[in-house]
Ligand binder design. Structure first.
Ligand code: NAP
Length: 314
């Protein structure tokens, strides 16, 4: 156990967390960043980021996050790789946390713990996870098991369209299975997917079972048409699930106000229901969920933490 009390601790190292670290580091508050299990956050699982201002040719998601981390470190942020918060106690300041089995204390906290992939919730999905079921085309799409095979992508948002388009590089054919008959994705991403000769949309359909051979290899999916209730089977070697995200906020349950879906409620000035705990990024945002909006929220939370500490002469 360390007796030291940090001025600012940032939980999470995606766009929100690292921007908060950059700003609080420049304010000479020596922030500590606890990266969690996925340093760099969800952006490291994407390919080219085309809509982050300042990169007219686009930039690789992982490269963007490494640059942001280096920028924060240059001003004195301490990034603790792989450090996971196991418990928090917000009943008094400094706040107590248990991190990798050790107690840690901090005067202010910026939660930027992001969001994880939503699952379909099927038993067969669990059984065949990493055996053909995946949540990241850029991570797994090039695996030999998927080469020149028919593949299924589930979802109707930008992620699903991006994944389906990316997979056409390797797959023989990509079925885009969506529960409605209209995509939620932005026009540009939707058109790119629907106009691709290798992509076939499967409308109004939900996967009821992922079919596997001896439960170690995906062989296909069983579908139900929502309008007709008709069942069908598509043969495929992989199922890429891209149906949105759930906030990584379980450890804060009971300590801080959240909405019914587990998103932390971000009040005026990036504050939460606990004074001294600020929030930014996807764990508090189900509307915009963009890298640039997360970065903006990280900046705002950092400025507010700095103001609070200054008002307390810390
Ligand atoms: P999303 O926009 O929330 O879309 C999720 C999709 O999954 C929706 O089409 C939804 O169907 C479907 N879905 C949800 N739960 C389902 C279930 N249980 N079973 C079957 N289908 C289900 O999520 P996203 O595509 O991950 O995008 C998240 C945010 O990131 C968006 O703001 C998006 O613009 C952004 N993004 C941007 C880029 C880019 O610009 N390069 C790339 C990826 C993501 P319904 O439509 O029927 O609700």
């Amino acid at each position: 156990m360390s007796n030291e009390i940090e001025k600012v601790t940032v939980i999470g190292s995606g766009c929100a967390g690292l921007t908060a670290a950059l700003y609080t580091a420049r304010a000479q508050l020596k922030p500590v960043v606890l990266t969690g299990a996925m340093p760099g956050g969800l952006l490291t699982t994407t390919s080219v980021v085309e809509n982050f201002p300042g990169w007219p040719e686009g930039i690789d998601g992982t490269e963007l996050m490494i640059k942001l981390q280096q920028q924060a470190e240059r001003f004195g942020a301490e990034v603790r790789f792989g450090s996971e918060v196991e418990a928090v106690d917000f009943s008094q300041r400094p706040f107590k946390m248990v991190v990798d089995g050790e107690e840690m204390f901090t005067q202010t906290l910026i939660i930027a713990s992001g969001a994880g992939h939503r699952h379909l919730g099927l038993e067969s999905e669990k059984k065949l996870d990493k055996k053909g079921v995946t949540y990241c085309a850029t991570c797994d799409g090039a695996l030999p098991m998927f080469r020149d095979q028919p593949l299924v992508v589930v979802g109707g948002g930008d992620s699903a369209c991006e994944e389906a388009t990316y997979l056409t590089r390797f797959a023989r054919k990509v079925y885009l299975v969506h529960r409605r008959n209209e995509l939620r994705a932005s026009k540009v991403m939707a058109a790119r997917a629907l106009n691709h000769e290798k992509i076939e949309p499967v409308w109004d359909s939900e996967i009821t079972e992922i079919l596997g051979e001896s439960e170690d290899k995906v062989m296909g999916v069983r579908l139900k048409n929502n309008k007709t209730n008709d069942e069908s089977v598509i043969d495929c070697a992989g199922v890429f699930i891209a149906i949105g995200h759930v906030p990584n906020t379980q450890i804060f349950q009971g300590q801080i106000d959240m909405d019914e879906e587990g998103y932390i409620i971000r009040k005026k000035n990036s504050q939460t229901s606990v004074e001294g705990v600020f929030v930014s990024g996807d764990c508090s945002d189900k509307v915009y969920r963009q890298a640039i909006t997360a970065a903006g929220m990280g900046c705002a939370a950092a400025i507010e933490a700095e103001r609070l500490l200054a008002s307390e002469n810390q």
